[in-house]
Design a protein around this ligand. Structure first.
Ligand code: WQD
Length: 338
């Protein structure tokens, strides 16, 4: 069975391609390489022994999307990762984010809505909840006003899919709301490759530990948490990748209850920034150079998932804990920079 993975050379996309191949799917990747490298193809092949089919073009080119689906009319499912995802950048360049993240989604769905049957997995985010009123966060938590154009594209994207599924019963879709993806494949062949100064905590930690960055700034220790620093749910990228395969299988095997479903994908455990640092120091055996500074604009105090729905309905559960994620992230950093 042939599956399209858009953004399949990226961090989460590449790990998902590996898990799809491990399950025997034929994978075709579309990626414009704006935030990834074709070298990842060889790395995927070194893990699975199979090189995915790859086409490099920009999904904003509607005619190329139409041509692609004419040539690959045997695609039965799509996992859609391709999107811009830097929260800060989206505030400075909103139109770039609305065009890139939404027009591409529409062009893909237009190709699927007339198929006799199609399964679609959407890369969504816990950012749709903003600062949830209750913790842990369930899928019934209200979607809040987005704090950034990036977060808004995830909210609007979910609505576009929901509305399309309403009039296209042959289209089955699942939105996966990720918490904080982190870590790397145990082979250290693939992992996170942030361009420039990392915005996210874990790559900044590993780059500080390897000497690429001078010091980690901890953005605030005056939050109402156990140690004053923010709480997040750090999920290992391999667990996250496996959730995509399980969700796709659910749709292919018609086990879904409605043709548009939403699942939170996290570990269900929240960790403060200082707990992450302590965990990293434990698994790496290295002291980390950090200092406490002021809060970062837009940060919420705490977010971690209620994973009951994914555990019971998807039959999926994260197997890796924070130490596993940080240990794999550190192994990857040492391999890439070593
Ligand atoms: C985590 C914590 C920071 C960097 C990310 C993505 C978002 C979504 C969810 C996908 C926060 C603190 C960070 C640093 C720090 N993912 N921090 N120093 O903000 O939860 O959101 O995951 O859709 O798109 O951006 O993740 O890693 O940036 O921050 O103290 O140098 O680490 O304040 O409390 P965040 P993050």
């Amino acid at each position: 069975m042939k599956i399209l993975v858009t953004g399949g050379l990226g961090f989460i996309g590449s790990h998902t391609v590996v898990e799809l191949q491990n399950k025997g799917y034929d994978v075709v990747i579309i990626d414009n390489c704006s935030n990834s490298s074709p070298d990842v193809l060889n790395r995927i092949q070194s893990i699975t022994g199979k090189e995915p089919v790859f086409e490099q073009f920009d999904l904003r080119e509607k005619n190329k999307v139409q041509d692609f689906f004419k040539r690959h009319d045997d695609i039965i499912g799509v996992i859609h990762f391709a999107a811009s995802k830097a929260v800060g950048e989206s505030v400075e360049k909103p139109l770039l984010y609305y065009e890139n993240n939404l027009s591409t989604l529409v062009y893909i769905l237009q190709q699927l809505e007339n198929k006799t049957s199609a399964s679609f997995i959407f890369s969504s985010s816990c950012t749709v909840y903003g600062q949830a009123d209750e913790l842990p966060i369930t899928e019934n938590a209200p979607v809040k006003i987005a704090e950034s154009p990036y977060g808004n594209t995830k909210q609007i994207g979910e609505e576009i899919i929901r509305d399309t599924c309403k009039i296209s019963p042959n289209l089955k879709a699942i939105a996966l709301r990720y918490f904080n993806p982190t870590g790397a494949h145990p082979s250290a062949e693939i992992g996170e490759l942030p361009i420039g100064v990392p915005q996210n905590l874990i790559p900044f930690i590993t780059q500080t530990a390897i000497g690429l960055r001078e010091q980690l700034s901890v953005f605030g220790d005056d939050y109402p948490t156990s140690d004053g620093t923010c709480i997040r749910d750090y999920i290992h990228v391999v667990d996250l990748a496996k959730a995509h395969v399980v969700a796709l299988q659910r749709l292919i095997e018609d086990k879904n209850t409605t043709n548009y479903e939403v699942f939170n994908v996290g570990t269900g455990t929240g960790s403060t920034v200082l707990e992450v640092i302590q965990s990293f120091e434990k698994v790496s055996g290295q002291k980390l150079n950090y200092k406490i500074v002021g809060r970062r604009e837009g940060d919420i105090t705490a977010a971690y998932a209620d994973t009951t729905k994914a555990n019971t309905e998807l039959g999926w559960k994260a197997n890796n804990n924070l130490d596993d994620s940080l240990s794999s992230a550190w192994k990857w950093e040492q391999k890439v920079r070593g």
